[in-house]
Design a protein around this ligand. Structure first.
Ligand SMILES: Nc1nc2c(ncn2[C@@H]2O[C@H](COP(=O)(O)OP(=O)(O)OP(=O)(O)O)[C@@H](O)[C@H]2O)c(=O)[nH]1
Ligand SMILES: [Mg+2]
Length: 604
Protein backbone atom coordinates (compact mmCIF):
# COMPACT_ATOMS: atom_id res chain seq x y z
CA UNK A 1 0.00 0.00 0.00
CA UNK A 2 1.22 3.49 -0.83
CA UNK A 3 1.14 5.95 2.04
CA UNK A 4 0.77 9.58 1.02
CA UNK A 5 0.62 12.68 3.23
CA UNK A 6 -1.33 15.84 2.38
CA UNK A 7 0.71 18.88 3.31
CA UNK A 8 0.25 22.62 2.98
CA UNK A 9 -0.49 25.81 4.83
CA UNK A 10 -3.67 26.19 6.88
CA UNK A 11 -6.92 26.88 5.05
CA UNK A 12 -5.64 25.94 1.60
CA UNK A 13 -8.30 23.30 0.97
CA UNK A 14 -6.47 20.11 1.95
CA UNK A 15 -9.45 18.60 3.69
CA UNK A 16 -11.79 19.64 0.87
CA UNK A 17 -9.55 17.79 -1.57
CA UNK A 18 -9.23 14.84 0.80
CA UNK A 19 -13.00 14.54 1.12
CA UNK A 20 -13.70 14.75 -2.57
CA UNK A 21 -10.95 12.34 -3.56
CA UNK A 22 -11.65 9.70 -0.96
CA UNK A 23 -15.33 10.25 -0.20
CA UNK A 24 -14.42 10.77 3.45
CA UNK A 25 -16.00 13.44 5.62
CA UNK A 26 -13.19 15.40 7.24
CA UNK A 27 -14.28 18.65 8.80
CA UNK A 28 -13.85 21.62 6.45
CA UNK A 29 -14.13 25.28 7.35
CA UNK A 30 -13.09 28.69 6.18
CA UNK A 31 -10.81 29.18 9.14
CA UNK A 32 -7.14 28.24 9.53
CA UNK A 33 -6.71 25.35 11.93
CA UNK A 34 -9.82 23.28 11.30
CA UNK A 35 -7.94 20.00 10.98
CA UNK A 36 -6.10 19.33 14.22
CA UNK A 37 -5.28 15.68 13.97
CA UNK A 38 -4.41 13.04 11.45
CA UNK A 39 -7.19 11.55 9.43
CA UNK A 40 -6.60 8.83 6.91
CA UNK A 41 -8.62 7.10 4.22
CA UNK A 42 -7.82 4.22 1.93
CA UNK A 43 -8.88 4.14 -1.70
CA UNK A 44 -7.79 2.29 -4.83
CA UNK A 45 -5.97 4.57 -7.26
CA UNK A 46 -4.74 3.26 -10.59
CA UNK A 47 -2.89 0.04 -9.87
CA UNK A 48 -2.30 1.04 -6.25
CA UNK A 49 -4.04 0.94 -2.96
CA UNK A 50 -3.58 4.42 -1.57
CA UNK A 51 -3.69 5.51 2.03
CA UNK A 52 -4.07 9.27 2.03
CA UNK A 53 -3.48 11.15 5.28
CA UNK A 54 -5.00 14.56 5.89
CA UNK A 55 -2.85 16.65 8.22
CA UNK A 56 -3.20 20.02 9.94
CA UNK A 57 -1.92 23.03 8.02
CA UNK A 58 1.62 24.19 8.71
CA UNK A 59 3.53 27.42 8.18
CA UNK A 60 7.03 26.03 8.34
CA UNK A 61 9.19 23.33 9.87
CA UNK A 62 9.55 22.25 12.55
CA UNK A 63 7.22 25.04 13.71
CA UNK A 64 6.20 25.62 17.27
CA UNK A 65 2.44 25.30 17.49
CA UNK A 66 0.84 22.09 18.62
CA UNK A 67 -0.52 21.60 15.09
CA UNK A 68 2.88 21.83 13.52
CA UNK A 69 4.29 19.44 16.06
CA UNK A 70 1.68 16.88 15.03
CA UNK A 71 2.84 17.11 11.42
CA UNK A 72 6.50 17.15 12.32
CA UNK A 73 6.18 14.08 14.53
CA UNK A 74 4.23 12.35 11.82
CA UNK A 75 6.87 12.97 9.18
CA UNK A 76 9.67 11.93 11.48
CA UNK A 77 8.08 8.67 12.50
CA UNK A 78 6.03 7.57 9.51
CA UNK A 79 7.67 6.55 6.25
CA UNK A 80 5.58 7.97 3.42
CA UNK A 81 5.87 6.97 -0.23
CA UNK A 82 4.93 10.37 -1.60
CA UNK A 83 3.47 13.71 -0.57
CA UNK A 84 0.75 15.89 -2.02
CA UNK A 85 1.33 19.58 -1.42
CA UNK A 86 -1.74 21.82 -1.58
CA UNK A 87 -1.19 25.53 -2.18
CA UNK A 88 -3.65 28.37 -2.27
CA UNK A 89 -2.87 29.77 -5.70
CA UNK A 90 -4.50 33.11 -4.92
CA UNK A 91 -1.83 33.66 -2.25
CA UNK A 92 0.99 31.89 -3.99
CA UNK A 93 3.50 34.58 -3.05
CA UNK A 94 3.23 33.53 0.60
CA UNK A 95 3.15 29.81 -0.01
CA UNK A 96 6.06 28.99 -2.29
CA UNK A 97 8.65 28.95 0.46
CA UNK A 98 6.93 26.02 2.17
CA UNK A 99 6.85 24.19 -1.15
CA UNK A 100 10.58 24.68 -1.64
CA UNK A 101 11.20 23.59 1.89
CA UNK A 102 9.19 20.43 1.35
CA UNK A 103 11.17 19.70 -1.80
CA UNK A 104 14.03 18.89 0.54
CA UNK A 105 12.21 15.81 1.69
CA UNK A 106 13.33 14.47 -1.66
CA UNK A 107 10.22 12.45 -1.85
CA UNK A 108 8.01 11.95 -4.93
CA UNK A 109 5.50 14.77 -4.86
CA UNK A 110 2.36 16.03 -6.50
CA UNK A 111 1.71 19.76 -6.30
CA UNK A 112 -1.83 21.09 -6.41
CA UNK A 113 -2.34 24.80 -6.97
CA UNK A 114 -5.77 24.96 -5.42
CA UNK A 115 -8.46 27.65 -5.53
CA UNK A 116 -7.72 28.28 -9.18
CA UNK A 117 -11.25 29.67 -9.42
CA UNK A 118 -10.22 32.49 -7.10
CA UNK A 119 -6.79 33.15 -8.54
CA UNK A 120 -8.29 33.34 -12.03
CA UNK A 121 -10.83 35.82 -10.85
CA UNK A 122 -8.05 37.94 -9.39
CA UNK A 123 -6.14 37.71 -12.68
CA UNK A 124 -3.14 35.90 -11.21
CA UNK A 125 -1.21 33.95 -13.84
CA UNK A 126 0.99 31.02 -12.79
CA UNK A 127 3.33 29.13 -15.08
CA UNK A 128 2.99 25.60 -13.76
CA UNK A 129 5.80 24.29 -15.94
CA UNK A 130 8.32 26.65 -14.39
CA UNK A 131 7.29 25.65 -10.90
CA UNK A 132 7.58 22.03 -11.91
CA UNK A 133 11.08 22.66 -13.29
CA UNK A 134 12.13 24.19 -9.98
CA UNK A 135 10.93 20.99 -8.29
CA UNK A 136 12.93 18.67 -10.52
CA UNK A 137 9.93 17.86 -12.65
CA UNK A 138 7.31 17.08 -10.01
CA UNK A 139 3.86 17.44 -11.61
CA UNK A 140 2.07 20.72 -10.82
CA UNK A 141 -1.67 20.93 -11.43
CA UNK A 142 -4.04 23.87 -11.13
CA UNK A 143 -7.22 22.70 -9.49
CA UNK A 144 -10.30 23.80 -7.68
CA UNK A 145 -10.81 21.27 -4.93
CA UNK A 146 -14.21 22.64 -4.13
CA UNK A 147 -15.82 23.39 -7.48
CA UNK A 148 -13.55 21.74 -10.02
CA UNK A 149 -14.37 18.74 -12.17
CA UNK A 150 -10.80 17.81 -13.01
CA UNK A 151 -10.63 14.93 -10.53
CA UNK A 152 -10.14 12.27 -13.26
CA UNK A 153 -7.00 14.09 -14.43
CA UNK A 154 -5.80 14.53 -10.87
CA UNK A 155 -6.27 10.83 -10.22
CA UNK A 156 -4.35 9.92 -13.36
CA UNK A 157 -1.48 12.24 -12.49
CA UNK A 158 -1.54 11.04 -8.89
CA UNK A 159 -1.32 7.40 -10.05
CA UNK A 160 1.78 8.28 -12.12
CA UNK A 161 3.45 9.77 -9.06
CA UNK A 162 2.71 6.54 -7.19
CA UNK A 163 4.14 4.45 -10.07
CA UNK A 164 7.26 6.50 -9.84
CA UNK A 165 7.39 6.19 -6.04
CA UNK A 166 7.06 2.44 -6.31
CA UNK A 167 9.88 2.21 -8.82
CA UNK A 168 12.14 4.24 -6.59
CA UNK A 169 11.16 2.63 -3.35
CA UNK A 170 14.13 2.06 -1.11
CA UNK A 171 16.15 4.92 -2.55
CA UNK A 172 15.26 7.25 0.23
CA UNK A 173 14.02 7.22 3.76
CA UNK A 174 11.41 9.87 4.31
CA UNK A 175 11.76 9.78 8.09
CA UNK A 176 15.46 10.48 7.73
CA UNK A 177 14.72 13.19 5.18
CA UNK A 178 12.41 14.95 7.61
CA UNK A 179 15.47 15.95 9.56
CA UNK A 180 16.85 17.72 6.50
CA UNK A 181 14.08 20.21 6.10
CA UNK A 182 14.32 21.94 9.41
CA UNK A 183 16.33 24.96 8.38
CA UNK A 184 18.91 27.13 10.08
CA UNK A 185 19.32 30.83 9.45
CA UNK A 186 21.81 30.42 6.57
CA UNK A 187 19.41 28.09 4.88
CA UNK A 188 16.59 30.49 5.47
CA UNK A 189 18.35 33.15 3.42
CA UNK A 190 18.99 30.71 0.57
CA UNK A 191 15.40 29.55 0.68
CA UNK A 192 14.17 33.12 0.68
CA UNK A 193 16.27 33.87 -2.38
CA UNK A 194 15.04 30.80 -4.23
CA UNK A 195 11.46 31.67 -3.41
CA UNK A 196 11.80 35.19 -4.70
CA UNK A 197 13.39 34.01 -7.91
CA UNK A 198 10.73 31.43 -8.55
CA UNK A 199 8.01 33.97 -7.88
CA UNK A 200 9.55 36.40 -10.31
CA UNK A 201 9.88 33.72 -12.97
CA UNK A 202 6.67 31.83 -12.67
CA UNK A 203 3.99 34.16 -11.35
CA UNK A 204 2.40 37.22 -12.86
CA UNK A 205 0.23 39.43 -10.71
CA UNK A 206 -2.16 42.00 -12.15
CA UNK A 207 -0.99 45.59 -11.55
CA UNK A 208 -3.80 46.07 -9.10
CA UNK A 209 -5.96 43.39 -7.59
CA UNK A 210 -9.59 44.03 -8.55
CA UNK A 211 -11.78 45.35 -5.76
CA UNK A 212 -13.88 42.30 -5.23
CA UNK A 213 -16.98 41.45 -3.29
CA UNK A 214 -14.99 40.58 -0.18
CA UNK A 215 -13.51 44.03 -0.15
CA UNK A 216 -16.90 45.69 -0.52
CA UNK A 217 -18.55 43.53 2.12
CA UNK A 218 -15.74 44.13 4.55
CA UNK A 219 -16.15 47.89 4.28
CA UNK A 220 -19.48 47.45 6.03
CA UNK A 221 -19.00 44.29 8.09
CA UNK A 222 -15.57 45.27 9.37
CA UNK A 223 -16.45 48.87 10.00
CA UNK A 224 -15.02 49.85 13.41
CA UNK A 225 -18.39 51.10 14.65
CA UNK A 226 -20.84 48.89 12.82
CA UNK A 227 -18.84 45.68 12.78
CA UNK A 228 -19.53 44.32 16.25
CA UNK A 229 -23.18 45.35 16.52
CA UNK A 230 -23.79 43.77 13.11
CA UNK A 231 -22.05 40.60 14.18
CA UNK A 232 -24.08 40.25 17.35
CA UNK A 233 -27.26 41.09 15.48
CA UNK A 234 -26.44 38.29 13.03
CA UNK A 235 -25.89 35.82 15.83
CA UNK A 236 -29.10 36.89 17.55
CA UNK A 237 -30.98 36.44 14.29
CA UNK A 238 -29.44 33.02 13.87
CA UNK A 239 -30.60 31.79 17.27
CA UNK A 240 -33.99 33.37 16.81
CA UNK A 241 -34.38 31.57 13.48
CA UNK A 242 -33.39 28.26 15.00
CA UNK A 243 -35.99 28.76 17.69
CA UNK A 244 -38.80 29.98 15.43
CA UNK A 245 -38.36 27.30 12.81
CA UNK A 246 -37.33 24.56 15.19
CA UNK A 247 -40.10 24.72 17.77
CA UNK A 248 -42.97 23.62 15.49
CA UNK A 249 -40.79 20.89 13.98
CA UNK A 250 -39.96 19.71 17.45
CA UNK A 251 -43.62 19.56 18.41
CA UNK A 252 -44.32 17.53 15.31
CA UNK A 253 -41.62 15.00 16.14
CA UNK A 254 -42.81 14.77 19.74
CA UNK A 255 -46.36 14.21 18.54
CA UNK A 256 -45.29 11.36 16.28
CA UNK A 257 -43.18 9.73 18.99
CA UNK A 258 -46.06 10.03 21.43
CA UNK A 259 -48.34 8.34 18.94
CA UNK A 260 -45.90 5.49 18.48
CA UNK A 261 -45.91 4.90 22.20
CA UNK A 262 -49.66 5.02 22.61
CA UNK A 263 -50.75 3.13 19.53
CA UNK A 264 -47.88 0.76 18.86
CA UNK A 265 -45.60 0.11 21.81
CA UNK A 266 -48.07 0.03 24.69
CA UNK A 267 -50.34 -2.57 23.07
CA UNK A 268 -47.37 -4.54 21.77
CA UNK A 269 -45.66 -4.74 25.14
CA UNK A 270 -48.76 -5.28 27.25
CA UNK A 271 -47.98 -8.98 27.70
CA UNK A 272 -44.82 -8.13 29.70
CA UNK A 273 -44.78 -7.88 33.50
CA UNK A 274 -45.60 -4.34 34.69
CA UNK A 275 -42.09 -3.79 36.01
CA UNK A 276 -40.48 -4.55 32.66
CA UNK A 277 -43.06 -2.49 30.81
CA UNK A 278 -42.20 0.40 33.07
CA UNK A 279 -38.50 0.06 32.40
CA UNK A 280 -38.93 -0.15 28.63
CA UNK A 281 -41.61 2.50 28.19
CA UNK A 282 -41.10 4.98 31.01
CA UNK A 283 -37.38 4.44 31.10
CA UNK A 284 -35.81 3.67 27.78
CA UNK A 285 -38.48 4.87 25.34
CA UNK A 286 -39.40 8.11 27.08
CA UNK A 287 -35.78 8.96 27.61
CA UNK A 288 -34.88 8.44 23.99
CA UNK A 289 -38.03 10.13 22.68
CA UNK A 290 -37.39 13.24 24.73
CA UNK A 291 -33.89 13.61 23.36
CA UNK A 292 -34.93 12.67 19.82
CA UNK A 293 -37.53 15.42 19.68
CA UNK A 294 -34.69 17.95 19.79
CA UNK A 295 -32.99 16.65 16.69
CA UNK A 296 -34.72 19.13 14.32
CA UNK A 297 -33.43 22.04 16.39
CA UNK A 298 -29.91 20.64 16.48
CA UNK A 299 -29.96 20.11 12.71
CA UNK A 300 -31.12 23.68 12.08
CA UNK A 301 -28.57 25.08 14.47
CA UNK A 302 -25.70 23.35 12.73
CA UNK A 303 -26.93 24.17 9.23
CA UNK A 304 -26.87 27.86 10.07
CA UNK A 305 -23.64 27.76 12.07
CA UNK A 306 -21.93 26.03 9.15
CA UNK A 307 -22.93 28.84 6.83
CA UNK A 308 -21.61 31.49 9.22
CA UNK A 309 -18.38 29.62 9.77
CA UNK A 310 -17.69 28.54 6.24
CA UNK A 311 -18.50 31.93 4.75
CA UNK A 312 -15.45 33.40 6.48
CA UNK A 313 -17.50 35.64 8.77
CA UNK A 314 -16.14 33.91 11.85
CA UNK A 315 -12.60 35.03 11.02
CA UNK A 316 -13.93 38.58 10.91
CA UNK A 317 -15.41 38.09 14.35
CA UNK A 318 -11.97 37.11 15.62
CA UNK A 319 -10.57 40.26 14.16
CA UNK A 320 -13.29 42.52 15.50
CA UNK A 321 -13.12 41.10 18.99
CA UNK A 322 -9.36 41.05 19.16
CA UNK A 323 -8.91 44.35 21.01
CA UNK A 324 -11.39 43.43 23.72
CA UNK A 325 -10.02 39.93 24.07
CA UNK A 326 -6.47 41.24 24.48
CA UNK A 327 -7.55 43.02 27.63
CA UNK A 328 -8.69 39.69 28.98
CA UNK A 329 -5.36 38.07 28.24
CA UNK A 330 -6.76 36.33 25.17
CA UNK A 331 -6.97 37.12 21.49
CA UNK A 332 -9.49 37.04 18.66
CA UNK A 333 -8.96 33.37 18.05
CA UNK A 334 -10.09 32.51 21.57
CA UNK A 335 -13.33 34.28 20.77
CA UNK A 336 -13.86 32.21 17.66
CA UNK A 337 -13.19 29.02 19.61
CA UNK A 338 -15.78 30.20 22.10
CA UNK A 339 -18.29 30.54 19.28
CA UNK A 340 -17.34 27.15 17.87
CA UNK A 341 -18.00 25.80 21.34
CA UNK A 342 -21.66 26.67 20.79
CA UNK A 343 -21.80 23.52 18.73
CA UNK A 344 -19.81 21.27 20.99
CA UNK A 345 -17.02 22.22 23.40
CA UNK A 346 -14.79 19.32 22.42
CA UNK A 347 -13.71 20.34 18.87
CA UNK A 348 -13.38 23.94 20.06
CA UNK A 349 -10.93 22.82 22.74
CA UNK A 350 -8.93 20.95 20.15
CA UNK A 351 -8.98 24.02 17.92
CA UNK A 352 -6.80 25.84 20.46
CA UNK A 353 -3.88 23.85 19.07
CA UNK A 354 -3.20 26.69 16.63
CA UNK A 355 -2.06 28.79 19.59
CA UNK A 356 1.61 28.76 20.24
CA UNK A 357 1.90 30.15 23.76
CA UNK A 358 1.00 27.79 26.56
CA UNK A 359 -0.57 30.54 28.67
CA UNK A 360 -2.88 31.66 25.88
CA UNK A 361 -3.85 28.11 25.10
CA UNK A 362 -4.62 27.22 28.71
CA UNK A 363 -6.62 30.35 29.31
CA UNK A 364 -8.63 29.74 26.14
CA UNK A 365 -9.27 26.17 27.21
CA UNK A 366 -10.55 27.45 30.54
CA UNK A 367 -13.20 29.65 29.00
CA UNK A 368 -14.47 27.34 26.24
CA UNK A 369 -16.46 25.02 28.54
CA UNK A 370 -18.68 27.98 29.39
CA UNK A 371 -19.98 28.23 25.85
CA UNK A 372 -23.52 27.14 25.61
CA UNK A 373 -23.21 23.94 23.59
CA UNK A 374 -26.01 22.32 21.62
CA UNK A 375 -26.66 19.76 24.34
CA UNK A 376 -27.24 22.48 26.92
CA UNK A 377 -29.33 24.41 24.42
CA UNK A 378 -31.66 21.44 24.28
CA UNK A 379 -32.21 21.52 28.05
CA UNK A 380 -32.86 25.26 28.01
CA UNK A 381 -35.32 25.07 25.15
CA UNK A 382 -37.26 22.53 27.12
CA UNK A 383 -37.39 24.57 30.33
CA UNK A 384 -38.15 27.80 28.52
CA UNK A 385 -41.03 26.25 26.64
CA UNK A 386 -42.37 24.71 29.85
CA UNK A 387 -42.16 27.74 32.15
CA UNK A 388 -42.04 30.95 30.16
CA UNK A 389 -44.51 32.70 27.92
CA UNK A 390 -43.72 32.33 24.21
CA UNK A 391 -43.17 36.10 23.90
CA UNK A 392 -40.45 35.93 26.55
CA UNK A 393 -38.75 32.83 25.19
CA UNK A 394 -36.29 34.59 22.87
CA UNK A 395 -35.22 37.00 25.58
CA UNK A 396 -34.70 34.29 28.20
CA UNK A 397 -32.56 32.29 25.83
CA UNK A 398 -30.62 35.39 24.88
CA UNK A 399 -29.96 36.12 28.56
CA UNK A 400 -28.41 32.69 28.91
CA UNK A 401 -26.08 33.40 26.01
CA UNK A 402 -25.14 36.64 27.72
CA UNK A 403 -24.49 34.71 30.93
CA UNK A 404 -22.33 32.29 28.99
CA UNK A 405 -20.16 35.10 27.58
CA UNK A 406 -20.06 36.81 30.94
CA UNK A 407 -18.82 33.64 32.67
CA UNK A 408 -16.17 33.10 30.01
CA UNK A 409 -14.91 36.67 30.12
CA UNK A 410 -14.92 36.84 33.89
CA UNK A 411 -12.98 33.58 34.08
CA UNK A 412 -10.39 34.94 31.66
CA UNK A 413 -10.14 38.14 33.65
CA UNK A 414 -9.64 36.30 36.94
CA UNK A 415 -7.11 33.81 35.65
CA UNK A 416 -5.15 35.84 33.14
CA UNK A 417 -2.41 36.53 35.67
CA UNK A 418 -1.92 32.83 36.09
CA UNK A 419 -1.70 32.09 32.39
CA UNK A 420 0.12 35.02 30.84
CA UNK A 421 1.01 35.12 27.17
CA UNK A 422 2.56 37.42 24.64
CA UNK A 423 1.66 36.10 21.27
CA UNK A 424 0.89 38.61 18.56
CA UNK A 425 -2.12 37.60 16.53
CA UNK A 426 -1.39 37.32 12.86
CA UNK A 427 -4.68 36.44 11.37
CA UNK A 428 -5.20 36.06 7.71
CA UNK A 429 -8.70 37.01 6.68
CA UNK A 430 -9.88 34.56 4.06
CA UNK A 431 -12.18 35.91 1.35
CA UNK A 432 -15.89 35.36 1.81
CA UNK A 433 -16.84 32.04 0.34
CA UNK A 434 -20.24 30.59 -0.18
CA UNK A 435 -20.21 27.01 1.10
CA UNK A 436 -21.67 24.49 -1.33
CA UNK A 437 -24.90 22.76 -0.38
CA UNK A 438 -22.97 19.53 -0.20
CA UNK A 439 -20.50 21.04 2.28
CA UNK A 440 -23.29 22.39 4.49
CA UNK A 441 -25.18 19.13 4.52
CA UNK A 442 -22.05 17.09 5.15
CA UNK A 443 -21.05 19.26 8.06
CA UNK A 444 -24.50 19.32 9.59
CA UNK A 445 -24.70 15.57 9.24
CA UNK A 446 -21.30 15.17 10.92
CA UNK A 447 -22.36 17.24 13.91
CA UNK A 448 -25.80 15.72 14.24
CA UNK A 449 -24.50 12.19 14.04
CA UNK A 450 -21.94 13.12 16.68
CA UNK A 451 -24.78 14.38 18.90
CA UNK A 452 -26.82 11.24 18.32
CA UNK A 453 -23.93 8.87 18.90
CA UNK A 454 -23.13 10.56 22.18
CA UNK A 455 -26.73 10.74 23.23
CA UNK A 456 -27.43 7.13 22.38
CA UNK A 457 -24.22 5.92 23.97
CA UNK A 458 -25.03 7.49 27.31
CA UNK A 459 -28.73 7.69 27.29
CA UNK A 460 -29.70 4.05 27.50
CA UNK A 461 -27.33 3.40 30.37
CA UNK A 462 -28.30 6.74 31.92
CA UNK A 463 -32.04 6.25 31.82
CA UNK A 464 -31.85 2.65 32.98
CA UNK A 465 -29.71 3.71 35.92
CA UNK A 466 -31.99 6.54 36.85
CA UNK A 467 -35.02 4.33 36.47
CA UNK A 468 -33.44 1.91 38.94
CA UNK A 469 -32.59 4.74 41.33
CA UNK A 470 -36.12 6.10 41.24
CA UNK A 471 -37.89 2.71 41.48
CA UNK A 472 -35.87 0.81 44.06
CA UNK A 473 -35.58 -0.59 46.72
CA UNK A 474 -38.47 -2.86 45.79
CA UNK A 475 -41.79 -2.14 47.38
CA UNK A 476 -41.49 1.62 47.88
CA UNK A 477 -43.62 3.98 45.77
CA UNK A 478 -41.82 4.92 42.54
CA UNK A 479 -40.24 8.38 42.59
CA UNK A 480 -40.90 8.82 46.31
CA UNK A 481 -38.44 10.02 48.91
CA UNK A 482 -37.89 6.43 50.04
CA UNK A 483 -36.23 5.39 46.79
CA UNK A 484 -32.48 5.42 46.42
CA UNK A 485 -32.73 8.60 44.38
CA UNK A 486 -34.82 10.16 47.13
CA UNK A 487 -32.24 9.23 49.73
CA UNK A 488 -29.36 10.65 47.74
CA UNK A 489 -31.18 13.90 47.06
CA UNK A 490 -32.14 14.23 50.71
CA UNK A 491 -28.50 13.89 51.60
CA UNK A 492 -27.47 16.56 49.07
CA UNK A 493 -30.39 18.86 49.77
CA UNK A 494 -28.42 21.25 52.04
CA UNK A 495 -26.18 22.09 49.08
CA UNK A 496 -28.83 22.38 46.38
CA UNK A 497 -31.87 23.73 48.21
CA UNK A 498 -30.31 27.19 48.65
CA UNK A 499 -30.16 27.47 44.86
CA UNK A 500 -33.71 26.27 44.38
CA UNK A 501 -32.96 22.80 43.07
CA UNK A 502 -34.90 20.18 44.94
CA UNK A 503 -35.73 16.52 45.03
CA UNK A 504 -34.85 14.25 42.20
CA UNK A 505 -33.83 17.11 39.95
CA UNK A 506 -30.58 16.97 41.89
CA UNK A 507 -30.07 13.47 40.53
CA UNK A 508 -30.45 14.60 36.94
CA UNK A 509 -27.50 16.94 37.45
CA UNK A 510 -25.26 13.95 38.04
CA UNK A 511 -26.28 12.61 34.68
CA UNK A 512 -25.61 16.00 33.19
CA UNK A 513 -22.04 15.60 34.24
CA UNK A 514 -21.81 12.43 32.19
CA UNK A 515 -23.43 14.08 29.17
CA UNK A 516 -25.80 17.02 29.06
CA UNK A 517 -27.75 15.12 26.43
CA UNK A 518 -28.98 12.78 29.16
CA UNK A 519 -30.50 15.38 31.51
CA UNK A 520 -33.86 15.54 29.76
CA UNK A 521 -34.00 11.81 29.35
CA UNK A 522 -33.34 11.50 33.06
CA UNK A 523 -36.12 13.97 33.83
CA UNK A 524 -38.53 12.04 31.65
CA UNK A 525 -37.86 9.06 33.87
CA UNK A 526 -37.95 11.04 37.09
CA UNK A 527 -41.32 12.60 36.29
CA UNK A 528 -42.51 9.48 34.56
CA UNK A 529 -43.76 11.24 31.43
CA UNK A 530 -42.50 12.65 28.15
CA UNK A 531 -43.31 15.30 25.55
CA UNK A 532 -46.00 17.78 26.55
CA UNK A 533 -46.85 15.68 29.58
CA UNK A 534 -43.33 16.18 30.86
CA UNK A 535 -43.45 19.94 30.31
CA UNK A 536 -46.74 20.19 32.22
CA UNK A 537 -45.35 18.08 34.99
CA UNK A 538 -42.24 20.21 35.31
CA UNK A 539 -44.31 23.41 35.16
CA UNK A 540 -46.45 22.17 38.03
CA UNK A 541 -43.45 21.32 40.18
CA UNK A 542 -41.20 24.33 39.60
CA UNK A 543 -41.70 28.05 39.34
CA UNK A 544 -39.76 30.18 36.89
CA UNK A 545 -37.20 31.32 39.47
CA UNK A 546 -36.25 27.73 40.24
CA UNK A 547 -36.20 26.85 36.56
CA UNK A 548 -33.94 29.77 35.73
CA UNK A 549 -31.63 28.93 38.62
CA UNK A 550 -31.49 25.34 37.36
CA UNK A 551 -30.64 26.58 33.87
CA UNK A 552 -27.91 28.89 35.16
CA UNK A 553 -26.43 26.06 37.13
CA UNK A 554 -26.61 23.69 34.17
CA UNK A 555 -24.99 26.28 31.93
CA UNK A 556 -22.05 26.93 34.21
CA UNK A 557 -21.33 23.84 36.25
CA UNK A 558 -18.69 21.25 35.48
CA UNK A 559 -18.78 20.44 31.79
CA UNK A 560 -19.46 16.91 30.64
CA UNK A 561 -17.04 14.03 30.96
CA UNK A 562 -15.91 14.27 27.31
CA UNK A 563 -15.01 17.91 27.74
CA UNK A 564 -13.01 17.22 30.87
CA UNK A 565 -11.30 14.29 29.19
CA UNK A 566 -10.40 16.51 26.24
CA UNK A 567 -9.04 19.20 28.50
CA UNK A 568 -6.92 16.62 30.23
CA UNK A 569 -5.69 15.10 26.97
CA UNK A 570 -4.82 18.49 25.50
CA UNK A 571 -3.25 20.10 28.56
CA UNK A 572 -1.66 16.96 30.02
CA UNK A 573 -1.71 18.59 33.41
CA UNK A 574 -3.67 17.06 36.28
CA UNK A 575 -3.79 20.28 38.29
CA UNK A 576 -5.28 22.16 35.35
CA UNK A 577 -7.90 19.47 34.80
CA UNK A 578 -8.84 19.63 38.46
CA UNK A 579 -9.12 23.39 38.28
CA UNK A 580 -11.53 22.95 35.38
CA UNK A 581 -13.68 20.72 37.55
CA UNK A 582 -13.70 22.82 40.66
CA UNK A 583 -13.88 26.34 39.30
CA UNK A 584 -17.01 25.93 37.14
CA UNK A 585 -18.75 24.00 39.90
CA UNK A 586 -18.17 26.63 42.57
CA UNK A 587 -18.82 29.48 40.17
CA UNK A 588 -22.11 27.92 39.02
CA UNK A 589 -23.27 27.44 42.57
CA UNK A 590 -22.36 30.99 43.50
CA UNK A 591 -24.16 32.56 40.51
CA UNK A 592 -27.28 30.44 40.98
CA UNK A 593 -27.24 31.23 44.68
CA UNK A 594 -27.05 34.96 44.07
CA UNK A 595 -29.78 34.79 41.44
CA UNK A 596 -32.12 32.54 43.41
CA UNK A 597 -31.79 34.31 46.74
CA UNK A 598 -32.13 37.80 45.24
CA UNK A 599 -35.18 36.79 43.21
CA UNK A 600 -36.80 35.35 46.33
CA UNK A 601 -35.83 38.39 48.38
CA UNK A 602 -37.51 40.56 45.76
CA UNK A 603 -40.66 38.55 46.24
CA UNK A 604 -40.70 36.48 43.05
N1 LIG B 1 -13.05 29.15 -3.76
C1 LIG B 1 -12.55 27.98 -3.36
N2 LIG B 1 -12.62 27.66 -2.05
C2 LIG B 1 -12.10 26.48 -1.68
C3 LIG B 1 -11.49 25.57 -2.59
N3 LIG B 1 -11.07 24.49 -1.90
C4 LIG B 1 -11.40 24.70 -0.60
N4 LIG B 1 -12.03 25.90 -0.47
C5 LIG B 1 -12.53 26.49 0.78
O1 LIG B 1 -11.41 26.83 1.56
C6 LIG B 1 -11.72 26.71 2.95
C7 LIG B 1 -10.69 25.84 3.65
O2 LIG B 1 -10.84 24.50 3.26
P1 LIG B 1 -10.29 23.28 4.13
O3 LIG B 1 -10.40 22.08 3.25
O4 LIG B 1 -10.89 23.25 5.48
O5 LIG B 1 -8.76 23.70 4.28
P2 LIG B 1 -7.57 22.94 5.04
O6 LIG B 1 -6.36 23.15 4.21
O7 LIG B 1 -7.96 21.53 5.33
O8 LIG B 1 -7.47 23.82 6.34
P3 LIG B 1 -6.82 23.42 7.78
O9 LIG B 1 -7.38 22.10 8.16
O10 LIG B 1 -7.28 24.53 8.64
O11 LIG B 1 -5.35 23.41 7.57
C8 LIG B 1 -13.14 26.16 3.01
O12 LIG B 1 -14.01 27.24 3.20
C9 LIG B 1 -13.33 25.55 1.63
O13 LIG B 1 -14.70 25.54 1.27
C10 LIG B 1 -11.45 25.95 -3.97
O14 LIG B 1 -10.96 25.25 -4.83
N5 LIG B 1 -11.98 27.17 -4.29
MG1 LIG C 1 -8.13 20.57 7.03
Amino acid sequence: MAKVALLGMPNTGKSTFFNRLTGASARVGNWPGITVDLLSAKIPLGAHLLELIDLPGIFDFPGDSEDEKVVWEFLKTTPVDAIVVVLNSSQIDRQLHLLLQLKRLNCPMLVLLNMSDESQRYGIYIDNQKISDALDGAPVLSISAKHGDSYPEIRAEFAKVLDHAKAEKGDYDSTQAAENISINSDDAAVLQHQTEQLLENAVEYPIELPKNLTHKLDQVLMNPFLGLPLFFATMYLLFQTVFELGAPLQDAVAWVLDGIRGYVLEPALSFLPAMLQGLLLDGVYDGIATVASFVPIIVLFFLLMTIVEDSGYLSRAAFLMDALMLRLGLDGRSFVMLLMGFGCNVPALMGTRVMRTRGLRFLSMMIIPFSLCAARLQIFLFFIAALFLPEHAGLVLFSLYVASFFAAFLTAFLFKGRYPSKEPLVLELPPYRLPTVHQILLRAWLEVSHFLVRASRFIIIGVVLIWILTNFPAGVPAGSSETWAGQISAWLAPIFNPIGIEGNLIISLFFGFVAKEVVLGAMAVIYNSEGTGLSQMVASQLDWVQAYSFMLFTLLYTPCVSTIATIHAEAKHAGFTLLNLIWPLSFAWFISFVFYQSARALGY
